[in-house]
Design a protein around this ligand. Structure first.
Ligand SMILES: Nc1ncnc2c1ncn2[C@@H]1O[C@H](COP(=O)(O)OP(=O)(O)O)[C@@H](O)[C@H]1O
Ligand SMILES: O=C(O)[C@@H](O)C(=O)COP(=O)(O)O
Length: 418
């Protein structure tokens, strides 16, 4: 095994796994900390946790358990994968988990690099941009669980961690890996613990991929992993072959959307025009246990041919704010997640085999509710969203991060599975 990834959510984990596979690496995704006895033969193992917004101590404990599992299998390098829009408030959990992993590895320096230029997530002078808009002005300022109100990654990192952050600017990135390594040494000598790496383009990814080759722990988004994988010329194989085991199974499909991100809103609006669609009633999610069953009955009653039916809780920011004021943000989001978990379980029992899910937390709860222990990674539907196939089960899933994919993503996913 060359790389062990600890992902803080399920969509983020399939995102990074998809990029490793696209580089021809044999990659396996395991959901939650795997059993001690499990043995895996792969170039990269991605352990997906659901630790983005749980209490910090739980995030630390689960991340350290994942680290120990990987260490016990001789893994030489570790990647803490979090969102390319950072998705972390001053409460955590990126800072606390990074500190805990550094401590466990006996290290005192790492990179902070939430970038994915192909999906418009870039860093300039330590400020994170989403499609050219500063993070705090993007749709992420309205995120229901982790609203991002500051684009300065040094500042948000320092607010939730134990050390100082510094920046490696794009002008240094332009000079190549050796210059970046020298910048690391200079930052370290000033007592900096976290180097926030600028990345504006593909060339910067390749540079950083080489520059971090000796670092035991790296942290960030899939852009960094893409750069690292490109440097492993000895491992890179045929991408189509690496994706073969994850090709989607054929069967009945459903779309479940629990993301309120800007792009998901556009995707739901486009899909609702063409396919049978049902909006979730949050009050019912909070009030009774029979609601998920009723939703399942509706899904099952939709025509078998044509586009897959969609159940969605997706709301634009103003409507979401109203729901949150009425019921409480945490209570509402938990109830919606619980409903999607129960609905997915009912649909799997009813024979549904393809699940197209929008939203990281939503994907996490659905995967856990379906009792899926691991995924083989298939071909990408859009950058960062591969089809994945449950190990040992006849189930395929597309786990879409809130802001990933184009407007016709739900259509694209079904065409890619045909
Ligand atoms: N209508 C709604 N009212 C309240 N909370 C909601 C609603 N729809 C979705 N949510 C919650 O918002 C959160 C969205 O997070 P997530 O699934 O990670 O999406 P994203 O990938 O866009 O961040 C989930 O916890 C979900 O349950
Ligand atoms: O890095 C990313 O942007 C994604 O891989 C990611 O982490 C997804 O998170 P959600 O937006 O919560 O789905």
């Amino acid at each position: 095994m060359r790389l062990g990834v600890i992902g803080d959510d399920f969509t983020g984990s399939t995102d990074i796994a998809g990029f490793l596979v696209a580089n021809g690496l044999r990659t396996v995704q395991l959901n939650d900390v795997p059993d001690e006895a499990l043995q895996v033969d792969a170039d990269a193992v991605v352990i997906s946790l659901k630790t983005r917004s749980c209490p910090p101590q739980q995030a630390i404990d689960e991340s350290l358990a994942a680290l120990r599992w990987l260490q016990a299998r001789g893994c030489p390098q570790f990647f803490f994968k979090y969102c390319s829009t950072f998705d972390s408030t001053p409460k955590g959990n990126i800072g606390p988990v990074t500190d805990a992993l550094l401590g466990a590895l006996g290290e005192d320096f790492t990179v902070i690099c939430p970038v994915l230029p192909v999906n418009g997530r870039t860093i300039y002078n330590g400020y994170l941009f989403v499609n050219g808009v500063p993070l705090h002005e993007s749709g992420m300022r309205h995120h229901p669980v982790t609203p991002m109100t500051d684009s300065n990654i040094m500042r948000v990192m320092e607010a939730q961690s134990r050390g100082r952050a510094g920046n490696v600017p794009s002008t240094v990135m332009d000079q190549g890996p050796q210059a970046v390594r020298e910048a690391f040494a200079a930052l370290k000598s000033k007592g900096v613990r976290y180097a926030v790496l600028d990345a504006l383009n593909d060339a910067h990814l390749v540079t950083m991929g080489e520059a971090v080759s000796d670092m035991k722990l790296v942290t960030g988004g899939s852009g960094l992993a893409d750069g690292m994988a490109r440097a492993w010329t000895d491992l890179r194989g045929d991408a189509a072959k690496a994706a073969e085991a994850g090709r989607p199974v054929q069967g009945r499909a459903v779309v479940l959307s629990g993301s309120c991100s800007q792009m998901t809103n556009a995707q739901v609006a486009a899909y609702r025009e063409a396919a049978p669609s049902l909006a979730v009633d949050v009050a019912r999610c909070l009030q009774d246990d029979v609601y998920a069953g009723e939703l399942a009955v509706w899904v099952e009653a939709q025509p078998r041919d044509g586009l897959a039916p969609m159940v969605y809780a997706t709301l634009p920011p103003e409507a979401l704010r109203e729901v949150q004021q009425r019921f409480g943000a945490a209570e509402a989001s938990e109830a919606v997640e619980r409903t999607f978990g129960a609905l997915a379980r009912r649909l799997a029992e009813a024979g549904f085999e393809q699940f197209i899910i929008a939203g990281g937390e939503t994907s996490g709860i659905v995967t856990q509710s379906l009792g899926i222990k691991g995924f083989a990674i298939g071909p990408q539907i859009a950058p960062g969203v591969p089809w994945v196939r449950a190990v040992g089960r006849n189930l395929s899933l597309a786990l879409k991060s809130g802001n990933f994919g184009q407007e016709r993503f739900f259509f694209d996913a079904q065409s890619a599975a045909a």
